[in-house]
Design a protein around this ligand. Structure first.
Ligand code: SF4
Ligand code: SF4
Length: 273
């Protein structure tokens, strides 16, 4: 039986093993429970074959002795689960389906995302209702235009993934097994991130408040580093298909994306003639 996809709801925390949460029930040495959160391994199913340890490009796993356990005498602990790139290699190769990988990110990521929403809503709302803090009109109008243009980018995952993606059973719709490269994903590779950064920039321009800039700029830089990390995982997950996609479509440069799309359309039209 594979690892329970909703183990976090059904099981109780039974302790910590080298900073990694242990989900019970635990009754040593025969019952060991599940180790980890975003990279979780069911030690009661694991047979200790070591394939996950050898395929992981990030060295997330460390061996632990588990003498007396009925399925194997050693198990992989996801000791560096925060380094996981969500490439799903380990999960796909595990012969007994003992691993479950989900989006993790740093523990403070959800707090930062909340701050981002606040920066966007409060900044744009403030500038629109009370007028920009510095009183410049042109940046205010540019900010409004950017915020409208950014909306389809912001919602791109919701627009394209349910239609074009094919998620694994029990996974989020964004954890697709096929590459989504059409629509806005044919313009830039990370439209949702671009939408977030555009909206934060719009908030700075509309509000013209120093607080909006102090919050928006570091979060934009952090989002960019998240893209770099995520793309490392996507290269591993989709292999040459993703490398070809990278050559065709820029990461976030919208202008370059439009130019390349037009070039591709022109070439396709020539071939049709
Ligand atoms: S998903 Fe990839 S990076 Fe993450 S633990 Fe598995 S093999 Fe390692
Ligand atoms: S691949 Fe699966 S069975 Fe093999 S060591 Fe890793 S978790 Fe255990």
């Amino acid at each position: 039986m594979p690892i329970d996809p909703v183990f976090q709801k059904k099981r109780k925390k039974a302790g910590i093993d080298k900073g990694i949460v242990v989900w019970g029930p635990v009754d040593l040495p025969e019952k060991l429970g599940i180790r980890g959160i975003n990279v979780a391994v069911d030690w009661d199913i694991c047979e200790g074959c070591g394939i996950c340890v050898s395929v992981c490009p990030q060295q997330v796993y460390e061996w632990r002795e588990t003498s007396g356990h009925p399925t194997s005498e050693k198990k992989p602990l996801p000791a560096r689960q925060s380094d996981c790139l969500q490439c799903f290699q380990c999960e796909n190769v595990c012969p007994v389906k003992a691993i479950r990988v989900t989006y993790g990110g740093p523990g403070w990521a959800s707090a930062v995302l909340l701050l981002m929403f606040a920066q966007i809503i409060v900044g744009i709302g403030y500038g629109t209702i009370f007028g920009p803090y510095l009183g410049f009109e042109s940046p205010l109008y540019v900010g409004w235009i950017i915020s409208v243009v950014s909306l389809p980018f912001w919602f791109s995952t919701l627009i394209y993934f349910p239609k074009k993606g094919e998620p694994q059973e029990g996974k989020r719709f964004v954890d697709t097994t096929v590459l989504v490269d059409s629509g806005l994903y044919g313009l830039v590779r990370n439209p949702q991130y671009l939408g977030c950064i555009m909206l934060m920039s719009a908030s700075i321009l509309v509000s013209q408040h120093w607080l909006s800039a102090i919050i928006g700029i570091p979060i934009s830089v952090w989002l960019y580093t998240e893209i770099l990390k995520e793309e490392k995982g996507l290269i591993i997950r989709f292999g040459d298909d993703y490398k070809r996609y990278m050559q065709k479509v820029p990461r976030m440069n919208l202008l370059l994306g439009v130019m390349r799309l037009l070039e591709r359309r022109k070439t396709e039209m020539k071939v049709d003639e």
